[in-house]
Design a protein around this ligand. Structure first.
Ligand SMILES: *[C@@H]1O[C@H](CO)[C@@H](O)[C@H](O)[C@H]1NC(C)=O
Ligand SMILES: *[C@@H]1O[C@H](CO)[C@@H](O)[C@H](O)[C@H]1NC(C)=O
Ligand SMILES: *[C@@H]1O[C@H](CO)[C@@H](O)[C@H](O)[C@H]1NC(C)=O
Ligand SMILES: *[C@@H]1O[C@H](CO)[C@@H](O)[C@H](O)[C@H]1NC(C)=O
Ligand SMILES: *[C@@H]1O[C@H](CO)[C@@H](O)[C@H](O)[C@H]1NC(C)=O
Ligand SMILES: *[C@@H]1O[C@H](CO)[C@@H](O)[C@H](O)[C@H]1NC(C)=O
Ligand SMILES: *[C@@H]1O[C@H](CO)[C@@H](O)[C@H](O)[C@H]1NC(C)=O
Ligand SMILES: *[C@@H]1O[C@H](CO)[C@@H](O)[C@H](O)[C@H]1NC(C)=O
Length: 399
């Protein structure tokens, strides 16, 4: 017969076992591994259904759920992952997701879309491979403004209180990441890579969104590293390396009626190397009206940048324009401060504001941009009211 202490330790062990078991059971129910839903990581099988099934089960779970895509190669068709979900969601991509290359999926507007989701964390160290080389040759948007648009690799529409981190994006057919109607979203430690000559492969595009923070990321593309459309408020971009690419841009704005304003954008602590533009605000001419204000570009280091500092309110690349008409976008309170490095063209600072809506309060402070390979750079301005220059001014300020 067992002694009393042995009896108690037996009961204790049993209770511990039951508790541990319950804990494991709980963990298992809230991790939705796509392999359990039929995904085959062979890079050939279409794993879309497995991922959609895992997502909808996870989304229905009343608690925090993890959709797990483990290491391996997954062929994934175009898909829309929709909320709202019952609890917070983690989408953990450890593997390598491969976009389709067939003609039918070439002309959709998205590859992977997340929509109407609150508290979503997308992370995991994995890769979204847009397989853009299969489509770029068919891009004729430079010649035809009504061209069909290719898929954006990762679309977030109406996503709130969420983040994208520790993810690699390569070779998108169109933009890599597009944030639309998002609020309180962070993008951190993302690597985006596409060839410098790949068409329309913007790194991150943001429009109609508030409280967005993009940081600690490295972006090399064939178009803007980061581009910002209309309807923005409280956007911070920090610690980004950009290049090759077209730089960091606000615009083009004013193309459609009732566009939202762009208010409060900070671009700080970034390095741009071998890019077409550095930091740019561009608006169409002629244009609809809106406001751009409270913009700071600071602590930026440029190497061999074609147009380091540029405001272009006469933007009209591919359609017939009335060049005599001016832009109705009002730009005000823009600061360029502590920007240094090299320009590959003579005009390092180019502020071309609208004749009918001159820029208000543009400040240049501590600018030191020399001409790559020696020689003197210059600055040109038109239609700037209330401009001011402080500190180092190389090239000499035109304000
Ligand atoms: C979800 O769980 C919470 C408690 O954890 C409970 O109050 C709520 O009623 C549950 N909702 C649904 C839809 O089951
Ligand atoms: C986002 O979070 C804030 C508080 O952190 C909350 O007030 C807000 O309702 C959330 N947004 C949504 C859409 O749930
Ligand atoms: C950044 O993401 C990579 C995976 O893409 C990860 O290995 C690395 O630890 C992350 N760094 C930080 C600081 O989170
Ligand atoms: C952006 O930075 C400013 C100044 O540091 C801060 O007040 C604001 O909350 C930040 N916004 C976001 C979305 O991170
Ligand atoms: C800047 O971002 C890089 C990743 O691109 C990271 O390694 C580095 O720690 C970040 N620096 C700061 C000061 O956060
Ligand atoms: C930019 O370059 C400077 C000087 O080379 C370096 O100190 C800084 O950490 C770099 N920042 C980023 C975001 O890479
Ligand atoms: C621009 O701002 C002015 C006042 O600062 C305001 O009257 C006007 O409605 C704004 N325009 C747009 C298109 O938001
Ligand atoms: C401007 O930058 C150059 C190097 O590009 C440096 O030699 C020079 O001292 C700088 N000028 C000022 C005033 O900081």
């Amino acid at each position: 017969m067992a002694s009393l202490p042995t009896f108690f330790s037996l009961i204790f062990a049993l209770v511990v076992c039951i508790l541990v078991d319950q804990a494991i059971g709980k963990d298992q129910t809230n991790i939705f591994n796509v392999v359990k839903y039929g995904a085959v990581a062979d890079g050939k099988t279409d794993d879309s259904k497995a991922i959609l099934d895992a997502w909808s089960q996870a989304c229905e779970f009343n608690g925090s759920s993890v959709v797990l895509i483990p290491h391996g190669k997954y062929m994934v068709g175009p898909m829309v992952l929709t909320g709202p979900c019952k609890g917070s969601m983690e989408f953990m991509v450890q593997g390598d997701l491969q976009a389709p290359t067939d003609e039918a999926s070439r002309y959709l507007d998205h590859w992977i879309t997340f929509r109407y989701t609150n508290q979503l964390i997308l992370h995991g160290g994995g890769t979204f491979d847009g397989q853009g080389a299969s489509a770029w040759a068919y891009n004729n948007c430079l010649r035809d403004p009504h061209c069909k648009k290719f898929p954006v690799s990762l679309r977030w529409d109406f996503v709130t209180n969420s983040s994208i981190s520790n993810i690699n994006m390569v070779n998108s057919k169109n933009f890599h990441i597009n944030l639309f109607a998002c609020q309180h979203v962070e993008v951190r430690n993302v690597t985006i890579t596409a060839p410098g000559n790949s068409p329309n492969t913007d790194g991150i595009h943001i429009a109609v969104s508030k409280e967005i923070q993009i940081s600690d990321s490295s972006i090399s593309t064939g178009d803007d590293c980061i581009s910002m459309g209309p309807g923005l408020e409280n956007i911070n971009i920090t610690n980004i390396t950009c290049g090759p690419g077209h730089g960091i841009s606000i615009g083009s704005l004013g193309d459609t009626a009732n566009e939202g304003d762009v208010i409060g954008v900070n671009v700080l602590n970034c390095n741009l190397t071998d890019t077409l533009n550095g930091v740019r605000i561009k608006t169409w001419a002629p244009s609809f009206s809106s406001n751009v204000s409270g913009i700071t570009f600071g602590n930026l280091y440029f190497t061999n940048v074609d147009n380091p500092i540029i405001i272009d309110q006469q933007y009209c690349p591919s359609r017939s324009c009335y060049q005599q008409a001016s832009s109705s976008v009002q730009i005000s309170d823009v600061k360029f401060s502590n920007i240094w490095g090299t320009s590959s063209t003579e005009v390092a600072v180019d502020l071309q504001c609208s004749e009918s809506k001159p820029c208000q309060n543009v400040e240049l402070s501590d600018i030191n941009l020399s001409l790559q390979g020696g020689g003197v750079a210059k600055s040109t301005c038109s239609n700037v009211q209330g401009g001011a220059a402080y500190g180092v001014q190389n090239p000499p300020s035109c304000l």
